[in-house]
Ligand binder design. Structure first.
Ligand SMILES: *[C@@H]1O[C@H](CO)[C@@H](O)[C@H](O)[C@H]1NC(C)=O
Ligand SMILES: *[C@@H]1O[C@H](CO)[C@@H](O)[C@H](O)[C@H]1NC(C)=O
Ligand SMILES: *[C@@H]1O[C@H](CO)[C@@H](O)[C@H](O)[C@H]1NC(C)=O
Ligand SMILES: *[C@@H]1O[C@H](CO)[C@@H](O)[C@H](O)[C@H]1NC(C)=O
Ligand SMILES: *[C@@H]1O[C@H](CO)[C@@H](O)[C@H](O)[C@H]1NC(C)=O
Ligand SMILES: *[C@@H]1O[C@H](CO)[C@@H](O)[C@H](O)[C@H]1NC(C)=O
Ligand SMILES: *[C@@H]1O[C@H](CO)[C@@H](O)[C@H](O)[C@H]1NC(C)=O
Ligand SMILES: *[C@@H]1O[C@H](CO)[C@@H](O)[C@H](O)[C@H]1NC(C)=O
Ligand SMILES: *[C@@H]1O[C@H](CO)[C@@H](O)[C@H](O)[C@H]1NC(C)=O
Length: 690
């Protein structure tokens, strides 16, 4: 067992949680076993009939499993060559340079208290840990707090019960009956407190429901409280749906939005408390609604109003929102809109074609954004809107889809993508807290999308120079896609995906990577060896046993935000004479191949971590003095030095934490030493246990 540096619950850390293997209709999968004391997942539903899921509990913890789609006949070739130049100059149509923070998260505002913290003095430690995992790879993480709930949200000074937010109903995934949310400035202090511990940067939103009475407090205070951890304010969340969702007249058009945006800029201009006027993000259209009566999927109708030219001085970034599918009929079934058939929907998330089909609506716009000099963000995305699909959005398939989709967006010159978390009644969350009445014995649940985040973040590296290229190998077979990442103008890494599911191994593939050579006017450039990290699970339907480089965050209700197990980075010997490197990719799975010297050094190199001691003293929940160097403490990837670098701690007392400092330590952050401060009485600590 790994050292629980800090764990949400002593009880959980101590409880031995058995795993059982269920032999279902399609082979084996693992699921967390329940015991008397931990009423967790208890029954597994194998959905073998066509139609929507029949599960009626909280979707985030559903027990629905689908049979993986069959291997097509004929199957794609399982041996093929990918030739590519070593120098970026030899590769056409590389993307714009991408930052390591490309893959971020979007948190529905109404669930910020479930996911981020109860209030500014009670942050949720698993959230801090998970963000620290991204920060360790990227130096920072971008998180949006907003969504449907932001448009009618309003700020109050305080609530009589001392809470940070109140809402009038729970279901934020339901776009037409969105809860009305009231919050206090403590929400912003909470985000600031997160940023003081883990390098989170925040996107917020200006409420857009009332254009006669703008409520700009979130911008005024957001700027003041978050400072340079503030990224910008979305102005209008899917405004093209305002008509359909009853927030405006049905005739509400891109021109109406243009006019309302003008009113906002006037209010913004006149608000002396807002010092940075170029902080708005728009138009965040969902697509398919404008011009009214037509269905252009991209944001062209908005561009055609001259929006960007008119509001250039206010716009820090352009954005759209898009899910490749939707499950709204599950919430509002009508005769002409039957619920989506899960079995039919499953293959959509196991093909490269879905990303291509979805991104094509934005290719004109991402080129335009370059000419306008504006970042272009996918502000909210995930597998399917209106909650996702049980058995798909929360299965390994979604992890592979998420890697492919995020890299497709990067390849297509988006400059960031935020994957949405919506609460306990949706299936697609990257991470989910336990239901409140189970928080005493359950930990968090990780979604497959979080693994996508880790893979893509590592794939992009830290230099801000990574340019991505979709390679279409294997005759463009949609089940075996691959991407190249050029960093500092040289091939650095590749990502190879195998969307097939075949436990026999017959559809594992081997890609022979060939770098440089005469055809590119370069010398043979395959290195003597490459390093490889795998994203794996026994099946595309797996929910609990997903591993990245041999480590897992844990099955449902078992996640405290730290890796479990020992990291394993494979070394693959290449044939420099033949100039090829054979990379095997299991069905299903994804491989991140580290090719350049710099990339290979950046692939986890446990030996290069050294340790150093730091001391942290906590006095009471709100007075704390912290040795800044502990911010650089990593919770690390390898077990090797763990004994030295992670310290025991006890609640509310004097804590000692030993940190690690190594090759990537300047980008690493962990919040261990703060846990006593952060979480007050909520968290108990465990001493170093193995
Ligand atoms: C991304 O932008 C680059 C640079 O402008 C361009 O060459 C490339 O074709 C674009 N990619 C796509 C998929 O539009
Ligand atoms: C945060 O919430 C806890 C528990 O509800 C409460 O004891 C504490 O006073 C709150 N802190 C603030 C700053 O509101
Ligand atoms: C906008 O939302 C606020 C807060 O929920 C509400 O008080 C106000 O009446 C709404 N305005 C309109 C025009 O719907
Ligand atoms: C968190 O925010 C509160 C303001 O509510 C502040 O008093 C406190 O010092 C902050 N804690 C940390 C650890 O930054
Ligand atoms: C929109 O609805 C309002 C009432 O909510 C009405 O006064 C107005 O005339 C409508 N505008 C259009 C263009 O239909
Ligand atoms: C993109 O631009 C091309 C050329 O101007 C045009 O033919 C095409 O319709 C545009 N695509 C979209 C989705 O607007
Ligand atoms: C938690 O609350 C839900 C909904 O009220 C209920 O169905 C469930 O039995 C409760 N679980 C526990 C362990 O109390
Ligand atoms: C990458 O860009 C970010 C944001 O501008 C910056 O903070 C960071 O220092 C840059 N990293 C490198 C290695 O230049
Ligand atoms: C988890 O999956 C891996 C393959 O991805 C397998 O080797 C391992 O045995 C599985 N672990 C459990 C506990 O089933």
């Amino acid at each position: 067992m790994r050292l629980p540096l800090f764990s949400s619950l002593l009880a959980c850390a101590a409880a031995a949680k058995a795993q059982v293997t269920i032999y279902g209709v399609f082979g084996s999968t693992t699921t967390a076993a329940s015991s008397q004391s931990t009423p967790g997942p208890s029954s597994t539903i194998y959905q073998t009939v066509h139609g929507p899921a029949t599960y009626t509990g909280l979707e985030a913890y559903n027990q629905v499993y689908l049979q993986p789609p069959p291997i097509p006949s004929p199957a794609p070739a399982n041996q093929f060559t990918i030739s590519l130049p070593n120098a970026a100059a030899g590769m056409n149509a590389l993307s714009v340079p991408q930052a390591p923070t490309f893959f971020g998260f979007s948190i529905e505002m109404s669930v910020a208290n479930q996911l981020i913290g109860t209030n500014s003095s009670r942050l949720h430690v698993p959230f801090l840990n998970l963000m620290a995992l991204i920060v360790e790879k990227a130096g920072a993480v971008h998180v949006r707090v907003g969504g449907n709930t932001q448009d009618t949200a309003f700020m109050v000074d305080s609530f009589p019960d001392g809470k940070m937010m109140e809402k009038d109903k729970e279901d934020a995934s339901n776009p037409t009956s969105t809860p009305v949310l009231a919050f206090t400035p403590d929400l912003l202090y909470m985000l600031a407190n997160v940023s003081s511990l883990v390098n989170c940067h925040w996107y917020l939103g200006v409420p857009f429901n009332d254009t006669a009475n703008w409520r700009l407090e979130i911008a005024e205070l957001g700027e003041a409280i978050l400072g340079d951890h503030l990224l910008g304010f979305q102005a209008g969340n899917e405004p093209d749906l305002y008509g359909k969702h009853g927030h405006r007249n049905l005739s509400y058009s891109e021109w109406d939005y243009f006019g309302e945006f003008s009113l906002l800029t006037q209010a913004y201009q006149n608000d002396a408390k807002i010092t940075n006027k170029k902080s708005l993000i728009a138009p965040s259209t969902a697509g398919g609604n404008w011009p009214v009566g037509q269905s252009v999927l991209g944001p062209e109708p908005v561009w055609n109003t001259g929006f960007v030219q008119a509001y250039d001085q206010w716009l820090s970034a352009l954005a759209v929102e898009r899910y490749p599918n939707e499950n709204c009929a599950a919430i509002y079934p009508t005769p002409d809109n039957p619920p989506v058939d899960l079995i039919d929907a499953f293959p959509q998330f196991l093909t490269h074609q879905t990303g291509l089909d979805t991104v094509k609506d934005y290719l004109n716009s991402t080129m335009l954004a370059q000419t306008w000099g504006k970042p272009f963000l996918m502000f909210e995305t995930n597998t399917a809107s209106c909650g996702g699909f049980m058995g798909i959005s929360d299965a390994f398939a979604a992890a592979l889809w998420g890697v492919d989709w995020a890299l497709q967006l990067a390849n297509s010159n988006f400059t960031g993508a935020l994957f949405h978390a919506g609460g306990q009644n949706v299936a697609y969350n990257p991470f989910t807290a336990p239901p409140t009445n189970q928080s005493a014995f359950h930990q968090w649940t990780i979604g497959p999308i979080f693994y996508s985040a880790i893979v893509v973040t590592e794939a992009l590296g830290t230099s801000n120079t990574s340019r991505v290229k979709d390679l279409f190998p294997n005759d463009g077979n949609s089940l075996t896609p691959a991407y190249a990442i050029y960093e500092n103008d040289q091939l650095a890494r590749m990502v190879l995906i195998n969307f097939m599911d075949d436990p026999t191994g017959a559809n594992d593939y081997t890609a022979n990577i060939q770098v440089g050579g005469q055809q590119f006017g370069e010398g043979n450039s395959v290195p003597a060896q490459v390093k490889v990290k795998y994203l794996l699970a026994p099946s595309v339907s797996e929910k609990d046993n997903i591993t990245w480089a041999g480590q897992t965050l844990g099955g449902r209700f078992q996640v405290d935000g730290r890796w479990k197990g020992t990291e394993s980075v494979q070394t693959v010997q290449c044939d420099q004479t033949a100039n090829t490197c054979p990379i095997k990719v299991p069905a299903p799975g994804a491989a991140l191949v580290f090719i350049s010297d710099a990339a290979q050094q950046g692939a986890a190199a446990p030996e290069s971590y050294s340790t150093f001691p730091t001391t942290v003293v906590t006095k009471t929940a709100n007075t704390v003095s912290v040795d800044a160097s502990v911010l650089a403490t990593s919770n690390g990837n390898s077990g090797k030095d763990r004994a030295n670098r992670l310290g025991g701690t006890s609640q509310g007392g004097a804590n000692a934490a030993a940190g690690t400092y190594g090759v990537r330590a300047e980008r690493a952050a962990i919040v261990s030493a703060f846990a006593g401060v952060v979480v007050g009485g909520m968290v108990m600590f465990t001493r170093a246990l193995w």
